[in-house]
Design a protein around this ligand. Structure first.
Ligand SMILES: *[C@@H]1O[C@H](CO)[C@@H](O)[C@H](O)[C@H]1NC(C)=O
Ligand SMILES: *[C@@H]1O[C@H](CO)[C@@H](O)[C@H](O)[C@H]1NC(C)=O
Length: 432
């Protein structure tokens, strides 16, 4: 929109005066309801599973799954159902989990007026799927100006009912999963359509013992530091394209190479490519994978390069699942973790996502630090896998922003380098 309105001489006077009279943010709501605001929620890390949860189901936690198409949770008897013939039933069934048996009932499109839509929730931690009614649940969070929570907001969202057993492998007390994918029934998509906010979200996963934050719906994202630091605008300005995998709603992006200490690894041509026909290969973000996992044709040169550059650091015996471990005191410590060669993930436009020591190593036990990447292996079992799965250890203390509308993402780089971290969102109630 032109700020001077010069290209729209016919703009009706009424609309113009509304535009001028309305404080920013109030128009998006449209229908006279309270102003639309993005919402903020704390993110907790579960110590035993290393999964992350947000307390949006009336305070009950849902596990974050970046690749998940649905919100799901066990239901109470007497829950609402959704007619099979409704279009949302078709949408809910568009992403049927692989190898998930159909129940034969509740199929989308059935004209039977008593037919209740069935959906197929998937547990990304156990790999199990289940079936249950599609329903509507109330979700809640706080509206935010990007600095503080402001006031509580509740809204209804479509969710799949799940058998209680589907909660296995999730954190104790988790009530289900919040799918965050690019698909229409994911949490960010539903927040955008329900609250009339931007179809984007920002994730800041905090390390052990800290509370991170997620903002759905756009706007600023501010962390406390010596000077409060707004991080979202810069990420939007420098956003990079996501890649579409027609077989998945996960967040894929182009990786041109990986460099260690400035030297690009030699990997087979096309090693990072996404095969859009098969839906295999490619590089994606995952909130249910702890350590970045690479196909062995990429993992091997990576660990070899890192090993060569740390030859002088005393080794410790392997600490499963890690093969390469060090005496942590062998690295001088810095603001961004142990002083060690940087790993650059080489993105579009010559840009890098640089992983310093805090991202490339993980402390295991008191005095051992291990190389925090895992080998996916090679062969039949990984033939259908991505090339690289970016895990949460590498995302921690980075702000990562996903724009589902524009199909872009941005990543801040390790915030410790700027003397803040993802535990620094101010969850004290603000006023506005
Ligand atoms: C809103 O934020 C306050 C302060 O952090 C918190 O106590 C409350 O539980 C939040 N409400 C919702 C609905 O998330
Ligand atoms: C990105 O990383 C590569 C490899 O380390 C390096 O050669 C290049 O100069 C970096 N680019 C920027 C903009 O820092």
């Amino acid at each position: 929109m032109s700020p001077h309105g010069s290209s729209s001489p016919a703009l009706p006077l009424l609309v113009l005066s509304l535009l001028l009279l309305s404080p920013p943010g109030t128009l998006a709501g449209g229908d006279g309801s309270p102003p639309s605001r993005p919402i903020v929620t704390p993110i907790s890390k579960d110590g035993s599973t290393s999964l992350y949860t947000i307390p949006v189901k009336g305070g009950a936690p849902l596990v974050l799954d970046l690749a998940g198409p649905l919100v799901w949770s066990p239901c109470q008897p007497g829950h609402r159902t959704v007619p099979c013939k409704s279009s949302v039933c078709t949408v809910a069934n568009r992403n049927h989990p692989a190898n998930c048996a159909y129940t034969g009932t509740g199929q989308p499109g059935s004209p039977d007026p008593s037919c209740a839509c069935t959906a197929y929730p998937y547990n990304p931690a156990s790999g199990q799927c289940g079936s249950g009614d599609l329903t509507k649940v109330p979700l809640s969070a706080n509206a935010t100006d990007g600095r503080n929570p402001l006031f509580p907001v509740s809204f209804p969202a479509y969710a799949a009912c799940a058998p209680d057993g589907l909660l296995a492998s999730l954190p104790a007390g988790a009530a289900g999963v919040a799918g965050l994918s690019r698909q229409p029934l994911s949490l960010p998509s539903q927040v955008a359509s329900r609250l009339k906010v931007a179809k984007q979200f920002a994730l800041c996963l905090a390390g052990d013992g800290q509370t991170g934050a997620a903002i759905f719906g756009g706007g600023p994202f501010e962390l406390q530091a010596a000077q409060p630091m707004e991080l979202a605008e810069d990420l939007r300005k420098n956003a990079l394209p996501l890649l579409v995998n027609p077989k998945s709603g996960a967040y894929y992006f182009r990786l041109h190479g990986i460099a260690v200490n400035g030297a690009q690894l030699s990997v087979p041509a096309g090693a990072f490519d996404l095969d859009r026909r098969q839906g295999t290969g490619g590089v994606l973000f995952s909130t249910v994978t702890r350590f970045t996992t690479l196909r062995s044709d990429i993992f091997s040169p990576l660990i070899n390069a890192f090993e060569a550059l740390t030859r002088d650091v005393p080794r410790r015996k392997p600490f499963p699942p890690f093969d390469l471990c060090f005496d942590a005191s062998g690295f001088p410590s810095t603001r961004v973790g142990p002083a060690v060669a940087n790993i650059d993930l080489m993105l579009d436009g010559g840009r890098n996502w640089t992983l310093p020591g805090a991202s490339s190593l993980v402390q295991v036990g008191g005095s051992t630090a291990c190389f925090a990447f895992q080998n996916m292996g090679f062969g039949a079992t990984v033939a259908n896998s991505p090339a690289v799965i970016i895990g949460t250890h590498q995302m921690e203390d980075n702000l990562v922003l996903f724009d589902l509308e524009k199909g872009t993402f941005g990543v801040s780089g390790l915030l410790l380098g700027r003397s803040t971290h993802c535990g620094n969102f101010n969850f004290a109630m603000g006023s506005s």
